[in-house]
Design a protein around this ligand. Sequence first.
Ligand SMILES: Nc1ncnc2c1ncn2[C@@H]1O[C@H](COP(=O)(O)OP(=O)(O)OP(=O)(O)O)[C@@H](O)[C@H]1O
Length: 256
Amino acid sequence: MTNYENKIVYDVKGLNLWYGNDQALKDINIKINKNEVTAIIGPSGCGKSTFIKTLNRMIENIPGVRTTGEIMYHGINIFDKTMRVEELRTRVGMVFQKPNPFPKSIYENVLYGPKIHGVKDKQMLQEILETSLKSAALWDEVKDRLHDNAYGLSGGQQQRLCIARALAVQPDVILMDEPTSALDPIATAKIEELIDSLKSDYSISIVTHSMQQAGRISDKTAFFLMGELVEFGNTEMIFSNPRDKRTEDYITGRFG
Ligand SMILES: Nc1ncnc2c1ncn2[C@@H]1O[C@H](COP(=O)(O)OP(=O)(O)OP(=O)(O)O)[C@@H](O)[C@H]1O
């Protein structure tokens, strides 16, 4: 394998997806790299959420969904019978638009996954707790109240807790579906800083409605329109010199 191939986490080939009779993704081909932030942009209803929810097969929870094509994850098609969905979802964590901590303590939220995976050793759990909260830039704010209920945290802190919870099971991909849309500008800036620091260890794909945000934090940008991937490339290029007229119209605010 060349270094280039080693860099690829996802190689999506000819992906189509239908909700019943309605096709929501059309012949998507895209490669998603390690140590990069990939922004998924496009107008409402173009298939952004559908696409990232397909990457960890979360989409299958919705009845009537059908897919064709391949999503190669480190060289293995995630739709193969041999792929264990639980394992895939452990390796590919997800953070949603609205922070969704469990109604439990901060401690229990972070350690929920590791405990389910059978980690019992107290010292190991403590290490996972501390590392995950530090990586999510939340440790200093919560270290003295780890056993307080997560609902007592601010929205931005809850979102960072959800990121810590995702990190605790040692994923290699983090999918984020508009993770800052429910947050104020200061909390948003913190999450953006965090995303930037996390990319040295993870591959991050983020759906965002904010082109400014895509410009600030992503290395690559994928522009979706009506279920198609219209353009994909270096963020700088997409924003300064898009190849497709539809991309240009969208980024210059002519529609969407
Ligand atoms: N559960 C569902 N059942 C049927 N159709 C769905 C379902 N979820 C999404 N769709 C349809 O699939 C298409 C893509 O939706 P999706 O939510 O992926 O778009 P999006 O780009 O993420 O939109 P938004 O920016 O508004 O969140 C839309 O036409 C939507 O109506």
